[in-house]
Design a protein. Structure first.
Length: 239
């Protein structure tokens, strides 16, 4: 625990980086995965944290340009940061059009404390919708994940093609063989069911929720109505 706290304390300073797009891949229409390399000092961050990505050139003498937040799904042991995003508005449309290999961008990180908050590591429940799984992968693929006892993941996707994370989940199982994974595909099984998830858990569990804002709100509201304490519910709702 002492080493864990030391790592957290080092990661609290937000830094700006000039970075380069190494790859931009789309395995399914509208969903893109980027790999980003720093051109200066190494990236420093913790599992569950996120970055601000700017498309316009950053002038250190001026203000930070318009940017958006994205969860990092890689671990700090990787040279490259990996993020996955869905094309939904003007900014992400620009990302799709402009972020090709070799493109220079500005990022600042780290932000967030999703997994550094106090929580129960026994039978921890992780709930995700769509690309909301990405912050979990940054923990699941980190050696720290071995400290969790029988964690459970409920991951919902519109269909099997939207599940782009099989490789990372295999690594997670290698790091923590006690991980239980439930993959729910909306087109064949319906949407994630928070009532079922709650029935299969207990009031002593910590619940992490990541996904569309409406899902986060409704799931948290349901758990609170079941007398789950608010400090047991952790949400990735920085958007």
């Amino acid at each position: 625990m002492k080493n864990f706290l030391l790592r957290v304390s080092i990661m609290t300073i937000v830094k700006k980086y000039v970075a380069e797009i190494v790859s931009s891949k789309s395995f399914i229409n509208g969903i893109y995965t980027l790999e980003i390399r720093t051109l200066g000092k190494p990236f420093k961050y913790e599992p569950g944290q996120f970055l601000h990505l700017a498309l316009d050139e950053y002038d250190p003498s001026g203000q930070w340009p318009d940017s958006r937040c994205f969860s990092m799904q890689s671990t700090v042991s990787n040279e490259l940061i990996k993020i996955t995003y869905a094309v939904k508005g003007n900014f992400t449309t620009r990302m799709k059009q402009e972020l090709m290999p070799g493109k220079l961008i500005a990022v600042k990180l780290p932000y967030g404390n999703l997994f550094t908050q106090e929580h129960n590591k026994e039978n921890t429940i992780f709930i995700s919708g769509g690309t909301g799984i990405t912050p979990y992968l940054s923990l699941f693929n980190d050696p720290l994940f071995a400290s969790y006892d029988k964690p459970v993941l409920y991951a919902g996707f519109r269909n099997q093609k939207m599940n782009l994370y099989g490789f990372e989940l295999e690594i997670a199982k290698q790091i923590n063989p006690g991980l239980e994974i439930y993959l729910i595909y909306q087109d064949s099984e319906g949407m994630l069911d928070i009532e079922r998830i709650y029935r299969e858990s207990s009031k002593s569990n910590s619940f992490f929720i990541s996904g569309p804002p409406a899902m986060i709100t409704s799931f948290k509201t349901y758990l609170l109505k079941q007398s789950v304490k608010e400090d047991q519910i952790k949400t990735d709702d920085w958007e």
